[in-house]
Ligand binder design. Structure first.
Ligand code: ADP
Length: 227
């Protein structure tokens, strides 16, 4: 089996609320291999977003190690973590967070130019990606001119524009009607299967979760396999 894209080893995170201590993640061990799609299904407040933030190097755990492509990140500087995040990790949220003044094409090109790619090349690649996701005819529209499902598919295109190894998604279809959710989800699965992208997707949608390779939940701060 291939080496994991993401590995969490003994990851713990707690918050303080007054005198109380909330143990959100307790010595979590988890790994995800290339091309694998995993649904994270747990009630609100269980710690899904905390886990995704830590896995995505947006937050540091109190204890434990997060490895991205075998590289331990706990001893990296914030700059090194940012660089690794930009190159290797894509995020999709419940709300698309596209820049309203820019076209779909520009939104998808932007992360690539931030990463140092020439503007024309970034636009060409953004167009290819939008075409691949059958959003080509919408490329020159601004987010406000797109449907909810199209906005979310553009957000997915933006998340994978730098060809990350890992996609982290926090209820990406949570705001969509069932049919649109199915379409957006199909976009994620197409990308994972075509490119070897590994995905960890927090979702409440069991029907979609059942189409993924693995289902896990958070129980008392630990990750537990569901089947
Ligand atoms: P989920 O994504 O599963 O809804 P979260 O990871 O957002 O769960 O939150 C897990 C728990 O941690 C919740 O009880 C939340 O209130 C608490 N929490 C999250 N962030 C903070 C914080 N910065 N300070 C204190 N408590 C927090």
């Amino acid at each position: 089996m291939s080496d994991p894209v993401l590995e969490l080893v003994g990851v713990s995170r707690h918050y303080r609320e007054g005198d109380a201590r909330l143990d959100i993640l307790v010595e979590v061990d988890f790994s995800l291999v290339p091309g694998q799609t995993v649904a994270l299904i747990a009630p609100s407040g269980a710690g899904k977003s905390t886990l995704l933030h830590i896995a995505g190097l947006l937050e540091r755990p109190d204890a434990g190690e997060v490895k991205i492509n075998n590289a331990p990140t706990s001893t990296m500087s914030d700059d090194a973590r940012t660089k690794l995040r930009r190159n290797s990790i894509g995020f999709v949220y419940q709300f698309h967070h596209l820049l309203p003044e820019f076209t779909a094409l520009e939104n998808v090109a932007l992360p690539q130019t931030i990463n140092g790619l020439d503007r024309a090349e970034a636009r060409r690649r953004a167009k290819d990606l939008l075409d691949y996701l059958r959003l080509g005819p919408r490329a020159l529209h601004r987010p406000g001119e797109l449907s909810g499902g199209e906005q979310q598919r553009v957000a997915i295109a933006r998340a994978v524009a730098n060809a990350p190894a890992l996609l982290l998604a926090d209820e990406p279809t949570g705001n969509l009607d069932p049919r649109t959710a199915e379409h957006v989800f199909a976009t994620l699965m197409t990308l994972a299967r075509a490119s070897g992208l590994a995905a960890l997707v927090a979702t409440h949608n069991l029907e979609l979760a059942n189409q993924m390779d693995r289902r896990v939940t958070l129980r008392d701060g630990r990750i537990v396999e569901m089947d």
